[in-house]
Design a binder for this molecule. Structure first.
Ligand SMILES: Cc1cc2nc3c(=O)[nH]c(=O)nc-3n(C[C@H](O)[C@H](O)[C@H](O)COP(=O)(O)OP(=O)(O)OC[C@H]3O[C@@H](n4cnc5c(N)ncnc54)[C@H](O)[C@@H]3O)c2cc1C
Length: 497
C-alpha cells in the first residue's frame, strides 16, 4: 500500500485544525481517533473561550501561540462557517482588595502583545452586566476575547480537511510505532497497520504515552485535571458577557460566561485526578463552582441548572524552554531529536482551543525546518459549506426549505427546534453522525429543558432507519452505551414473572 505522508493521531481541535492546515499542501494525510466521533475529548468539554492572551506567563509557548492565534479566528470562522463572537472579556475585582491585583494581569497582557486592554470602573461594569456583584470595585477589559462552540469549530476544521483530501478513520486507536531503527515508518492501530513518513502526536491526555512509545521524553507525564461545569436554563437568567474572577496562582478561577447558545455556563474548578477517564461530576465540585459563580453574580441559583459536565485538561509537566522563564506546564511542540518522523503536540491544556490555529501553523514551520518541501495545491478549497440550521432561518427561508425537503418540517427536538431534515443531514454528513451524542453535538438537539426526554426515542428510531441497524444497536456514544436492551415483543413468559 502507498504510504501516507502524514498520520495525525487525535481528532480533537488540535488534530483537526492541523489536518485542515496541512491539507493545503500536496500531502497524503490520515487522521485517526480512538472514539466513535471526532472531538470527544477536551475539545468538546471546556469553557469555549477564545482567550485574549493576558493570562499565560510571558515567554511561554502558551503566551506566544495564544496571542498569535487570537486574530486568526475571524477569518477562520468566515471560511469554515462556524459561529464566533468577539465579545471581549472581563476580569472582575470584587471588594477593594482585589483591584490592585489586576495590575499584574494588565502588565502581563501588554508584555504578551494583547491589544486594547484597559480598566473600566465599577459603575461601567454594573452598566455592562446589570447582574454583577454590587460590591465590584472595577474590572480589566480585554476586547479581543471571544466565544465559540468548540465542537462546531472542531468538526468544521475536520470537514474542510476531508474536502481537501484528508482521510479520517474513527474507532481506530494507535497501539504502537513501526520503526526502522530510529526512523518511524508507520503505526499499528486497532484497525490495521498504516505506513507513513511523519506522525503528528495530537492525542490530548494520551500524548505522553505516545511519546513514550517512541522512546521520547520518558519524564513527561500528563495528569488529567478535571474542570466541572453547570449549564443554566436560558429562560431563568441571561448573562451577556465573559466574566472571570481575579485569578489565583494555579488557575484562572471560576468564571460565569454567556454561551453562543444563549445559556449561561459556570465553572470550572481544577482538580488533579489519579486516572484519565473520569468524566463524572462531584458534589464537592458543584459546591466549589457555585461558590465561585455567586461571588461574581449573586443572583445565580443552582436550581437553574439544566445540565452538568466535566472536562479533563491534559496538564503536562514540561518546563518552558525560553531561557530565564520558570514555568513547568508549558505546551510541548517539537520534532524530537531521538527519533525521526515524529511531531509532538503535548500538554495542550488551556489555552489550547484558542491556540489551535497557531499550533497548526507551527507544525507547518517545523516540517519545513526539517526539510519537508511543502507544495501548495492549486485547488485547495478553504470554504466549508454550512448546512441549514432551521431555527436560525426566517419564516420564508424555512418554508422554502420544507418545500424542497418536507423532513425539515418535522420538529424532533421542541426545546431547541431541531428538525428531522437536520438530523438526516448530519447522519449523511462528511463525518457521519452515528450516535445520539454525535447528533446532539452537531445540532444542539437534546440540550434544552427536557434534556432529550422528547427527542431521544425519535432520534433512536431515525438512526436505526438511516443506519439500517436494529434500535437495540443504536448507542449514546459508541459500543457499550446502547439505549435499549431488547425488543419488548421478545420478552418471554418466564421473564414476565
Ligand atoms: C475544563 C477545561 C476548560 C478549558 N477551557 C478552555 C477555554 O476556554 N479556552 C481555550 O482556549 N482552551 C480551553 N481548554 C483547553 C482546550 O479544551 C484544550 O487545550 C483543547 O481542546 C485540546 O485539544 P486536543 O485536540 O489537544 O485534545 P483532545 O480534544 O482531548 O483530543 C485528543 C484526541 O486524541 C484521541 N486519542 C487519544 N489517544 C488516542 C489513541 N491512542 N489513538 C487514537 N486517538 C487517540 C482522543 O480520543 C481525542 O479525541 C479547556 C480545557 C478544559 C478541560
Amino acid at each position: 500500500m502507498e504510504p501516507y505522508d502524514i498520520i495525525i493521531i487525535g481528532g480533537g481541535v488540535v488534530g483537526c485544525m492541523t489536518a485542515r492546515t496541512l491539507s493545503r499542501y500536496n500531502l497524503r494525510i490520515l487522521l485517526i481517533d480512538k472514539e466513535a466521533d471526532i472531538g470527544m475529548g477536551a475539545s468538546s468539554a471546556n469553557s469555549a473561550i477564545v482567550h485574549a492572551g493576558y493570562d499565560p506567563l510571558p515567554g511561554t509557548l502558551k503566551a506566544k501561540l495564544n496571542v498569535a492565534a487570537n486574530p486568526l479566528w475571524d477569518a477562520l470562522a468566515g471560511e469554515l462557517n462556524f459561529a464566533f463572537e468577539r465579545r471581549g472579556d472581563y476580569v472582575v475585582a470584587v471588594g477593594p482588595g482585589e483591584l490592585a491585583r489586576l495590575d499584574k494581569l494588565l502588565e502581563q497582557g501588554r508584555t504578551n502583545g494583547v491589544p486594547g486592554m484597559h480598566y473600566i470602573t465599577a459603575d461601567e461594569m454594573r452598566e455592562r452586566e446589570p447582574n454583577i456583584n454590587p460590591d465590584t470595585s472595577g474590572a480589566l477589559w480585554a476586547p479581543t476575547g471571544g466565544i465559540c462552540d468548540p465542537f462546531a469549530v472542531t468538526i468544521a476544521a475536520a470537514e474542510n480537511a476531508i474536502q481537501n483530501g484528508v482521510t479520517i478513520k474513527l474507532d481506530t486507536a494507535f497501539t504502537g510505532f513501526i520503526q526502522e531503527g530510529k526512523k518511524i515508518t508507520g503505526i499499528y492501530t486497532t484497525r490495521g497497520d498504516f505506513a507513513c513518513r511523519w506522525v503528528v502526536n495530537a492525542a490530548g491526555l494520551y500524548a505522553d504515552d505516545i511519546m513514550h512509545a517512541a522512546g521520547v521524553r520518558p519524564e513527561f507525564q500528563i495528569t488529567a485535571r478535571r474542570g466541572e461545569y453547570a449549564i443554566l436554563d436560558r429562560d431563568e437568567i441571561t448573562i451577556h458577557n465573559v466574566l472571570f474572577p481575579v485569578p489565583s496562582d494555579i488557575s484562572k478561577g471560576i468564571l460565569v460566561t454567556a454561551t453562543l447558545h444563549g445559556n449561561t455556563l459556570v465553572g470550572p474548578n481544577a482538580e488533579n485526578l489519579p486516572e484519565k477517564e473520569d468524566h463524572s461530576v462531584s458534589p464537592g465540585g458543584m459546591t466549589e463552582i457555585w461558590g465561585g459563580a455567586k461571588r461574581l453574580i449573586p443572583d445565580l441559583q443552582p436550581k437553574h441548572t439544566i445540565a452538568v459536565f466535566a472536562g479533563l485538561r491534559a496538564c503536562g509537566n514540561a518546563a518552558c524552554e525560553t531561557p530565564g522563564v520558570k514555568y513547568d506546564h508549558d505546551f510541548v511542540i517539537e520534532i524530537p531529536k531521538e527519533v525521526s518522523g515524529l511531531v509532538n503536540l503535548g500538554g495542550i491544556e488551556s489555552p489550547g482551543l484558542t491556540a489551535a490555529p497557531a499550533i497548526a501553523l507551527r507544525v507547518v514551520e517545523l516540517l519545513q525546518d526539517a526539510g519537508e518541501k511543502l507544495v501548495e495545491k492549486p485547488d485547495f478549497q478553504p470554504i466549508r459549506p454550512p448546512r441549514p440550521i432551521f431555527r436560525h432561518l426566517t419564516h420564508e427561508e424555512q418554508a422554502a426549505l420544507i418545500r424542497v425537503d418536507p423532513r425539515y418540517g418535522r420538529v424532533v427536538c421542541r426545546c431547541e427546534m431541531v428538525t428531522e431534515g437536520e438530523i438526516i443531514a448530519e447522519i449523511r454528513g462528511p463525518i457521519p453522525a452515528t450516535t445520539y451524542d454525535a447528533i446532539k453535538r452537531r445540532t444542539w438537539l437534546g440540550t434544552g429543558r427536557c434534556l432529550g426526554g422528547f427527542d431521544m426515542p425519535r432520534v433512536v428510531d431515525i438512526l436505526s432507519r438511516e443506519l439500517k441497524i436494529p434500535p437495540t444497536a443504536v448507542t449514546k456514544k459508541g459500543p457499550g452505551s446502547e439505549f435499549l436492551i431488547r425488543s419488548t415483543k421478545d420478552v418471554e413468559v418466564a421473564d414476565a414473572h
